[in-house]
Design a protein around this ligand. Structure first.
Ligand code: MG
Length: 381
């Protein structure tokens, strides 16, 4: 039996992780969950259903404590990091955003296996995170990286010539003019059901940019060896090309459960996690090159990744502010990427070449957020 800790338990990935665990009570036990605490009723429900020993929350700690006699409730900004360092078999980091970095470092420092859905950990501090990780200590949950991980098992790492990340293209893939699109339009993802931030990042393709940086760190590949391609059906989750000219792909219907279960139970596969592809119906899979003019976020992310140091954290921090600004109705969808571009351009000369600890990362992020806020005010209608 594997003992698990789930960070971000009330979010989309966290809830799906608990659904998988509920179906496999003999394989897993949940030791602890953590979340922001914005939905205390759900936290209490999850903690009771899985008989957890610890709960970590930022908000509503008292309500949750009263609802969970006998459970240790850890609260405050550091709650998830504290929960991540509890001795266990696997820590699932399903937190959205760069606030997932501290818990990632805590899990690695404690020697726990880290099933990582929080791509921002690797984007904002990839060198730092990878320097702390032992081989096989981080197992990706991001579906593209899980697909690369699975496909890479078909050869040796020095036989990989490149990896190809697939992108659905988001809701605006066929629109040349996205001015005036609403929040509701941007949240209508054609194939995936995900949290709001990831869905908007998919519409701008910032998400794919973050995933290129994530892949660079996770698989120690140079940026030219990481490509991205539009695959509208979201069934082939990514591909690995080996130096003999052979390409191996991982395919399953668009559903995060396969990737989550694989990370929870690596190297073994759990039975009946997700329905397989139905070959009794006609399948048509398409792969199209990405238009860099239509999606400038991709080249921008690559540029930040290649320069490295503090720049990927600046790219991500500016995007987090821009997306929050769009969700709050402060800026137009079309202003998201230009805002990020402007902050990156202003920061490129001043960005530190290396981030050695959490406080370095925070300092860089704070500066980028301040610049991003200035642009938000300037761009407001
Ligand atoms: Mg992904």
């Amino acid at each position: 039996m594997r003992e698990l800790v789930i960070l971000g338990s009330t979010g989309s990935i966290g809830r799906q992780t608990l659904e998988i665990i509920a179906l496999h009570p003999d394989e897993f036990r949940v030791l602890a969950i953590s979340s922001g605490g914005g939905d205390p009723a759900l936290v209490i429900k999850q903690a009771r259903a899985f008989k957890v020993s610890y709960v970590g929350v930022v908000d509503n700690a008292e309500v949750i404590r009263q609802g969970l006699p006998g459970v240790t409730v850890i609260d405050g900004e550091l709650a998830s990091a504290k929960i991540a360092s509890l001795a266990c078999d696997v820590v699932v980091n399903a937190i959205t955003g760069s606030i997932g970095l501290a818990p990632t470092l805590a899990a690695l420092d404690a020697g726990n296996i880290l099933a990582l859905a929080n791509k921002e950990s690797l984007v904002v501090a990839g060198d730092l995170v990878m320097s702390k990780a032992k081989p096989l200590q981080i197992i990706p949950i991001d579906s593209e990286h899980s697909a690369i991980w699975q496909s890479a098992l078909a050869g040796k790492s020095d036989e990989i010539s490149k990896v190809i990340l697939t992108a659905s293209g988001g809701p605006f893939v066929d629109r040349t003019d996205v001015s005036g699109v609403s929040l509701a339009d941007a949240l209508k993802h054609p194939t995936w059901s995900m949290g709001a931030v990831v869905t908007i990042n998919s519409a701008t393709l910032v998400n794919k940019g973050l995933e290129i940086i994530e892949a660079h760190h996770l698989f120690s590949l140079p940026y030219p060896a990481i490509e991205a391609v539009i695959h509208r059906q979201s069934i082939v989750h990514s591909l690995v090309e080996f130096h003999d000219g052979s390409t191996i792909a991982q395919a399953s219907p668009p559903n995060m459960k396969g990737a989550i279960a694989y990370a929870l139970n690596f190297p073994h596969r759990l039975a009946k996690v997700t329905p397989p592809i139905d070959w009794s119906v006609k399948q048509q899979w398409s792969f199209e090159p990405i238009d860099d003019t239509q999606f400038p976020a991709l080249a921008l992310a690559r540029h930040c990744g290649q320069i490295g140091g503090g720049l990927p954290a600046i790219f991500n921090a500016a995007n987090e502010i821009a997306v929050a600004g769009f969700i709050a109705g402060k800026i137009a969808f079309t202003s998201i990427v230009p805002l990020v571009e402007a902050v990156v351009a202003q920061s490129v000369k001043l960005a530190p070449q290396m981030l050695t600890d959490l406080s370095d990362v925070s300092a860089v992020q704070d500066d980028a957020q301040m610049l991003a806020h200035e642009h938000l005010i300037r761009l407001a209608p």
